[in-house]
Design a protein around this ligand. Structure first.
Ligand code: IMP
Length: 434
């Protein structure tokens, strides 16, 4: 068991393969805690050839004895949570005594999804391409100070009735000619509270006690740095802080509790939803990456947009999050390509750019500046040691580390837990060898 608490988070636009990385590192931790997002996430894990997709519950739940925490920074759709708990039970995994939900987490109300879809329709051409899970509207209510928290479902009924009435009338003002009755919503929420009760806890206190007892915690990010509400490609982002800062606010832990940060990055780039993607490819090459990498959204099934590795993005992520190492995933997807490219900067009408710009007009007009390297014919698929990789693949990884400014502590060469290289001497080996 390691003593360092580490964060595992996305360094690009999400879907980097965090599920597998969290899953394989979990045996080294007593607790896995999620700090933001909701069931918009989709973490796919393969165990003994069986596929699990978890949306809300940390994938650490697949390991018996590990405690999984849903923090106050997460927005919880109780129905989605129950569905996941039931599905896990059906597959033989019980969450009893191992799942904790923050009493301060905000609840996604039944009509938040409807508001999400409506808001997208109203944006027309400027739509975000959300997952339609009601995530944005739930966070809007939280920041608008009319949200309903998990503890409210268990507290004074009169007070809950007042909150629900207020919230529903705010909704009715948004949706023209709508007269939704607050009472059925209230009844439903009371029922949800009853079922959630055994899991509800002061997770900040639990984490504090866990760490004080010398046990280690993994902080699991959802979405990714470029989808962060503050540091991502705003407004084409999710509505929470997916980058490292979200850990402190989303779980109630101090910055010094975070002993290391692992950024998960694909050996190329993908994105779902709208917004600029400077290295985006079209045509045959994009199709090939999409099919080989099975690049379809695990929550929505949408085809992901694919492009070359963008070192400007990962360098930026390294700065925002203080990355100690990269977990490089899906290297095997590039097997067999005649050449591979790395974007090291952008050419824009306003000059050359090497730092990630805030202004989306700059990003939309950015022409990637590429370095082209030879591809490899011998497969990397399934490699477990760095010296098993073809020389060209090693060179690609080494160059990618140089231009990103961070070492790869782990390289994933397939979807199974075993198809992984842990780089000798790098941070991941140190974290996992205590
Ligand atoms: P929302 O989080 O549903 O509001 O969607 C906002 C943006 O984040 C959209 O571009 C989504 O496609 C993207 N997004 C949300 N969750 C994920 C995820 O887990 N992986 C990748 N993209 C995501």
């Amino acid at each position: 068991m390691v003593r360092t608490n580490i964060a595992v988070l996305g360094a690009q636009w999400g879907d980097e393969g965090k599920g597998k990385i969290v899953d394989m590192l979990t045996p080294h931790f007593s607790t896995v805690a999620r700090y933001q997002g909701g069931h918009n996430a989709g973490h796919t894990v393969y165990v003994d050839g069986r596929k699990f997709v978890l949306h809300l519950i940390p994938s650490g739940i697949l390991h018996p004895g590990v405690t999984c925490i849903i923090g106050n920074g997460v927005v919880v759709d109780p129905e989605a949570l129950f569905k996941e708990v039931d599905e896990l039970a059906r597959l033989g995994t019980s969450v009893d005594g191992r799942l904790l939900v923050s009493e301060k987490a905000h609840v996604i109300l039944p009509y938040h999804r409807e508001l999400d879809v409506l808001s997208e329709a109203r944006r027309g051409e400027r739509k975000i391409g959300t997952t339609s899970r009601g995530i944005g509207p739930a966070y809007e209510d939280k920041v608008g100070r009319r949200g309903i928290r998990v503890c409210d479902l268990l507290g004074d009924r009169e007070a809950l009735a007042t909150e629900v009435r207020e919230n529903v009338s705010a909704r009715n003002r948004i949706i023209k000619d709508s007269t939704l009755d607050w009472r059925p919503v209230f009844d439903q929420l009371v029922g949800h509270g009853e079922r959630m009760k055994p899991w509800v806890a002061d997770v900040s206190l639990v984490l504090h006690q866990t760490m004080a007892a010398g046990k280690s915690v993994m902080f699991e990010g959802a979405q990714a740095t470029l989808l962060d509400i503050d540091h991502g490609t705003y407004p084409f982002v999710t509505s929470s802080n997916a980058s490292v800062g979200g850990i402190c606010t989303g779980l109630g832990v101090a910055p010094k509790a975070i002993g290391g940060v692992l950024g998960v990055a694909k050996a190329y780039t993908t994105r779902v939803g709208e917004g600029p993607l400077p290295t985006e490819l079209t045509g045959e090459l994009a199709d090939r990456l999409r099919e080989t990498g099975q690049e379809y959204g695990s929550s929505t099934g949408r085809p992901r947009r694919c492009g070359w590795y963008d070192a400007v993005v990962v360098r930026y992520s390294a700065r925002i999050n203080g990355l100690d190492a990269i977990a490089l995933t899906k290297l095997d997807v590039l097997d067999g390509l005649p050449e591979v490219r790395i974007c090291t900067g952008y050419q824009t009408p306003w000059g050359q750019v090497t730092e990630f710009p805030a202004d989306l007009r700059v990003l939309a007009a950015a022409e990637p500046i590429y370095e082209t390297l030879p591809g490899w014919t011998r497969p990397t698929k399934g490699a477990t040691r760095i010296d098993e990789l073809p020389a060209e693949a090693r060179r690609y990884v080494a160059r990618l580390e140089e231009v990103s400014g961070v070492a790869c502590g782990l390289i994933s060469t397939g979807s199974d837990r075993n198809e992984t290289i842990i780089t000798p001497g790098a941070a991941v080996e140190r974290w996992t060898s205590a």
